[in-house]
Write a protein that binds this ligand. Structure first.
Ligand code: FMN
Length: 264
């Protein structure tokens, strides 16, 4: 009997497709919790790094890592418009990205204020605080905004004074490696450390300039070196930092934190 019929060939092809799709979809379903756990751990790692913990301190067992995070980092939820710290809301229940897209939980940003080019922003957002001996040592703010090709997501860490930049690191973006991608270069990240985020009037002032900041520039404390060949990405970073520090972003919450710390 002839076995090479069209029906049999198609039957085998369909059977292989069905078997493979079952394998792939089961893997996706079973691996989802693991992927989510890894993402959460990654986010915690970014936050601890923004708080000033070194790779060495973070390369520990999962239990020690979780303990370190829980002991060191306090996560608060703030209402951006008022700067109010919300109680009765579990930070884990909040998905910042989803809320920013939900029309009931977000607001449209007027064009002239939309420096980060994100169109809408969530009404409430998480911020993270790292305290030492009861005093706030780092205020870690999740920030994002448009570069040349992509939305860049990262953490901006301020000192307890709410003005001095301690670090800026992006964990997700799609800028060109070697050009805009140099925002990940440790040398560029280092130029942000110690810069002053606000001027004397309390306006976000930070500026990514073209070229290198001159030591004798009267504005040197607000200025950061540009990345050559990536002026657009650099400008995007400048604008998103300014946006999130201003009144549409964490400005009101930072005012409240400064007042609270001063009253202590
Ligand atoms: C393939 C390609 C990728 C680029 N990627 C970036 C980028 O990621 N970020 C950026 O600012 N400019 C990028 N540029 C360059 C911009 O088009 C623009 O020339 C540059 O931002 C100007 O910066 P400069 O004044 O420092 O040269 C890219 C250009 C090309 C051709």
């Amino acid at each position: 009997m002839h076995k090479d019929t069209i029906g049999r060939t198609l039957g085998v092809a369909v059977a292989v497709c069905v078997a493979c799709s079952i394998v792939v979809s089961s893997a996706a379903v079973f691996l989802k919790p693991l992927q989510e756990a890894n993402q959460l751990r990654d986010m915690k790692r970014n936050i601890l790094a923004a708080a000033g913990f070194s790779d060495e301190q973070l390369n520990v067992s999962t239990e020690e890592f979780d303990k370190l995070y829980d002991e060191m980092i306090d996560t608060e939820v703030v209402e951006l418009a008022t700067g109010e710290f919300l109680t009765g809301v579990e930070p884990e229940d909040i998905d910042d990205r989803k809320e920013a897209k939900n029309r009931e939980l977000s607001m449209a940003i007027p064009d002239e204020q939309d420096l980060a080019k994100i169109k809408r922003r969530a009404n409430r957002r998480k911020i993270h605080l790292y305290r030492e001996d009861g005093k706030i040592k780092r205020i870690i703010l999740p920030v994002y905004g448009k570069g040349l090709w992509s939305t860049m997501y990262g953490y901006l860490a301020l000192a307890g004074d709410g003005r001095t930049i301690k670090s800026l690191a992006f964990y997700e973006h799609g800028e060109t490696p070697g050009l805009g991608g140099e925002i990940d270069n440790p040398r560029w990240k280092a130029v942000w450390i110690g810069k002053t985020a606000y001027d004397e009037k309390g306006k976000p002032r930070i500026e990514v300039i073209k070229g290198t900041v001159a030591a004798d520039s009267p504005r040197a404390q607000y200025q950061v070196d540009g990345i050559s060949g990536a002026t657009i990405t650099g400008r995007g970073v400048e604008k998103l930092v300014r946006f999130w520090l201003d009144e549409q972003g964490y400005g009101p919450a930072l005012d409240k934190l400064r007042a609270k710390e001063a009253a202590q």
